[in-house]
Design a protein around this ligand. Structure first.
Ligand code: NAG
Ligand code: NAG
Ligand code: NAG
Ligand code: NAG
Ligand code: NAG
Ligand code: NAG
Ligand code: NAG
Ligand code: NAG
Length: 840
């Protein structure tokens, strides 16, 4: 009790001496004094780190229970004891002194000469910015946001402003207990076309790349649409980025840590902890210049090595390349004849364009003119559009002259990149997309010479013999050499399954024959962990083959996950697995082939949308719902799919939907209802807020994705598209719903004859119920199916959906709408009538 009073007294003391958010010219702040921003979000004063006695001056979160420092003034000059003092110098700078009588400050804002105003004050804002300003005119002379340390806060501007010679650069701490200047820096480089770069010392470490209009080219998963309101400025006077947040109550920060990893965190107020939901660099291909000059990195390459040369280039030192060292890079093929007027361009898709620091930029011309300009100039080796995701379509022209560095590809997202090649290469490329790879391989082999060739074949021969012996003699110990113990148990399980006919094993030769030797023509696309091929078995049966890329670590996990899960599942609305193939280093899953492509092919393309009349759409919605219900509660396991989206719903001949891609799914124990993860995977636009921001997932995250799917099926629009008032599809529908105009949104291409307004309205209603912000407010799948199957029931009013701008933050869970009817208990219509306790 006594202690409590002492604390209370202490608190009062602090309050009385500095209740303000401002340090006046005549004031000083002793160690122990703290000022708070207006809304008590941030605090400024002296602090120590860990067990250290050294005192630093800085800004930290006042509303977060864990000590989280966001800015440090005297980074390299701590005060040794608690006798430090913060006050204005006679010339108007805010200074930190080591003692009360000190004359030389250990730190100062250092804008002396520019300041003649006598009455400056220092004010801490609710954004976490300490500003030195003239209280009368409001003019700012210095602010901590212009001198970032290792943390980027929302609304902080980052990058260059030429006018005042300002360059805002992030610098890591030296260690978690030493906030001094570390050797990792992160900055916007202006040379050529602006790009973000991370350096370790003076060595480039990770290139975030250039701005594509919506995101950085090196951060394909970045989204401008839900959490953040990002503004990028690129003009002769300024190159800068500001990450605003749409919902100001979201507490998020980006930190450059001491090992060269950029991490983004969000504070989870319920569990009182920071949740890291994004970090970079992540994989080998992110490492700067991983594949050398003119090389490019493909993390899903089905060949053994993630590096290859760009089309028209060949390894400088084939021997090193053979040993998987690409650091020497590639050079123009010796046989190439460039600039004889007969060459053309090959288009590489989903690319992170190479280093842009020496490109030529012209923001005024179109892509077509760009091609023309590049073709005319013999030194031009490639071109691309400057902003390919800008609101008015692709914009501007970048041309490369000379060597290209740090190019890679992504599974999705990324940019089109046009590379100049000679006539022969062009013909090869157009004839068969992978031929240049083959050719490269031949050149490599011939260069290495007969001796090496012999050695390899001998090696292969022995290895193959050994392996096949092993297979024949002791099937239960069969485990390809690259698997660890846990892996091998899965493959033993597989063998058991194959014996019990649960999971037939196919032979590699069968699959190779069926897919025309995995030919380019048979490739259907790229799935979660590698390419997918179409094939025809000898008996005429059509199959789809998912092949695991050999050097995708993540892919291996997903492959194992999918095998574990899908072999146990059977339902009319789930895609059917026929078997698998695990032989030598190949790992494949074989599925039934569905000729009708995936749902996104139909609903997002105008020319196909008209084929889906209303009954078909309704059938698809019902089918997906049944498939999810089966996963959630009717199968032997409780499964959360985690990546439900239009492209993961396949359609058979009769337009019956089949849910596919279980690479990210999770099995839950009987009673477990919620899980959490540090690695948020999935697709933005379909992710529920608690999953996207906190990594929390439950059956209700799938319900959210399902809600988005319903709304997309009805409207034929992607949730990621911008609508009015810079909101997404869900927010747009919500606004119409509030105005009572929800059916406005339905797809104009739905055949009028078949259109049933009350049913469409009901589906929009159910969709909105599924995307409510609070997971507990969302219905479970059995309720959804019940609602879909009954007309004339009174559905509860949906509350505000997640991820829309301008939401009313005061609307919190009223707590009494979690009482959902369940189809199983045979609820009567009256049970379903719930009151809307949430105010609007
Ligand atoms: C802190 O102590 C170290 C050695 O103990 C000394 O070199 C340094 O000058 C002191 N710093 C201040 C600000 O007094
Ligand atoms: C600071 O100066 C005052 C007198 O001006 C003196 O009494 C005090 O001892 C000094 N403190 C230190 C730490 O030097
Ligand atoms: C960066 O700093 C750490 C420790 O301060 C040191 O071990 C490392 O060698 C430095 N790296 C570079 C590239 O300077
Ligand atoms: C996004 O940022 C721009 C410019 O910073 C601002 O004008 C706009 O109002 C912001 N939008 C939202 C929804 O916060
Ligand atoms: C930096 O972040 C990475 C990724 O989260 C983590 O593995 C590493 O331990 C962090 N380093 C430090 C010094 O905190
Ligand atoms: C980009 O490439 C040029 C050479 O074309 C090189 O001078 C420059 O240092 C590179 N930029 C970075 C950030 O590595
Ligand atoms: C590009 O167009 C803008 C206005 O449309 C003009 O001011 C500018 O001079 C043009 N730049 C070039 C390089 O032609
Ligand atoms: C080709 O482009 C380079 C680099 O921009 C330039 O220096 C050269 O003058 C151009 N050549 C022609 C013929 O336009």
């Amino acid at each position: 009790m006594k202690i409590f009073f002492i604390f209370f007294f202490f608190f009062l003391l602090i309050q009385s001496c500095c209740s303000d958010n401002t340090i006046l010219r005549t004031h000083s702040l002793r160690d122990g004094d703290v000022i708070f921003s207006e809304g008590k979000r941030f605090a400024f004063g002296f602090f120590s780190l860990g067990n250290s006695k050294l005192r630093y001056v800085g800004i930290w979160y006042a509303q977060v229970s864990e000590q989280t420092v966001v800015w440090v003034a005297n980074r390299d000059h701590p005060v040794n004891d608690t006798s430090g003092l913060i006050k204005f110098s006679s010339r108007g700078n805010l200074c930190v002194y080591a003692s009360v009588n000190g004359t030389e400050p250990v730190w100062s804002t250092d804008v002396i000469d520019k300041i003649s105003e006598p009455a400056l004050v220092a004010k801490l804002t609710d954004l976490g910015n300490l500003v030195l300003l003239d209280p009368v005119t409001g003019k700012s002379f210095w602010e901590s946001f212009n001198h970032p340390t290792n943390t980027m806060l929302p609304f902080m501007k980052f990058g260059f402003t030429c006018q005042n010679g300002l360059e805002r650069v992030m610098t890591s701490w030296r260690s978690p207990s030493d906030p001094g200047f570390g050797n990792i820096t992160y900055r916007i480089e202006r040379r050529g076309f602006p790009q973000m770069m991370m350096y370790k010392g003076s060595t480039p470490w990770w290139r975030t790349g250039s701005w594509t209009g919506q995101r950085w080219s090196g951060v394909p998963e970045m989204t401008n649409k839900f959490i953040f309101n990002i503004s990028f400025v690129n003009n002769p006077n300024e190159a800068s980025i500001t990450y605003g947040v749409l919902d100001p109550s979201v507490i998020t920060r980006m930190v450059l840590n001491e090992t060269g990893v950029l991490q983004r965190f969000r504070w989870n107020g319920r569990d009182k902890k920071w949740i890291g939901f994004w970090s970079a660099p992540e994989e080998k291909c992110d490492n700067y210049n991983h594949c050398g000059l003119n090389g490019y990195c493909d993390p899903t390459s089905p060949d053994k090595f993630e590096c290859s040369c760009l089309p028209g280039y060949e390894p400088k030192t084939p021997r090193d390349w053979f040993l998987r060292d690409a650091s020497d890079g590639c050079m123009r093929s010796k046989t190439a004849s460039v600039c004889n007027g007969k060459e053309g361009f090959v288009k590489l898709k989903r690319v992170k364009i190479p280093n842009t620091s020496s490109v030529n930029v012209d923001m005024n011309i179109t892509l077509k003119e760009c091609e023309h300009r590049c073709l005319k100039n013999c030194s031009c080796v490639a071109y691309a559009s400057a902003y390919h995701e800008s609101e008015d379509g692709a914009k501007g022209c970048l041309t490369w002259h000379g060597d290209m560095l740090d190019t890679r590809t992504y599974l999705s997202s990324g940019q089109d990149f046009y590379l100049r090649v000679d006539k022969a290469e062009l013909a090869r490329w157009n004839g068969n997309g992978s031929s240049w790879k083959k050719r490269l391989f031949y050149i490599l082999i011939s260069l290495i010479g007969v001796v090496l060739l012999l050695m390899i074949s001998l090696f292969c021969f022995f290895r193959k013999r050994r392996q096949s012996n092993r297979l024949r003699k002791a099937p239960s110990t069969f485990a390809p050499s690259s698997f660890d113990l846990e892996d091998s148990s899965i493959f033993e399980e597989l063998e058991d399954k194959s014996r019990t006919r649960e999971m037939p094993l196919f032979e590699l030769s069968t699959i190779a024959a069926a897919t025309n030797n995995f030919s380019f023509q048979n490739k259907l696309g790229t799935g979660g962990f590698g390419p997918v091929y179409k094939g025809v078995l000898q008996n005429g049966m059509e199959i789809a083959v998912k092949r695991l890329s050999r050097n995708s670590g993540q892919g291996m996990e997903e492959f194992k996950n999918e095998i574990k899960l899908i072999s146990k599942l059977q339902h009319r609305n789930l895609v059917r697995i026929l078997g698998c193939c695990v032989e030598l280093e190949e790992k494949m899953l074989i599925y039934e082939y569905l000729p009708n492509k995936s749902l996104d092919y139909f609903i997002f393309k105008e020319e196909h949308r008209a084929e889906l009349d209303w009954p078909k759409r309704m059938g698809i919605i019902r089918g997906i719902a049944r498939g999810i219900l089966y996963l959630h509660q009717d199968s032997r396991l409780r499964i959360i799919h985690r990546d439900l989206k239009a492209s993961n719903v396949l359609l058979d001949n009769e337009m019956i939907p089949k849910i596919a891609d279980f690479g990210m799914a999770r099995i839950f124990g009987g009673n477990q209802v919620e899980g959490s993860t540090n690695r948020v995977v999935g697709t933005y636009g379909y992710m529920s807020p608690e999953y996207a921001m906190d990594g929390q997932f439950s059956v209700k995250s799938d319900v959210y994705s399902f809600g988005v799917l319903i709304l997309e099926i009805i409207t034929g629009e992607k949730n990621s598209y911008f609508f009015e008032e810079s909101s997404n599809l869900v927010g747009h529908i919500w606004r119409l719903w509030e105005k009572g105009e929800a059916t406005e949104i339905k797809d104009k291409l739905i055949d009028e004859e078949t259109y049933d307004e009350s049913e469409v309205l009901k589906c929009i209603h159910i969709g909105l119920l599924c995307v409510q912000e609070n997971a507990s407010d969302r219905p479970d799948m059995s309720s959804v199916i019940f609602m879909l199957g009954h007309n004339a029931i009174d559905l509860p009013s949906p509350t505000h959906p997640a991820f829309t701008a301008g939401r009313n933050r005061n609307v919190k869970n009223g707590g009494s709408s979690g009482n959902w009817p369940s189809g199983e208990t045979g609820s009567t219509i009256n049970d379903v009538t719930l009151t809307d306790v949430q105010g609007r």
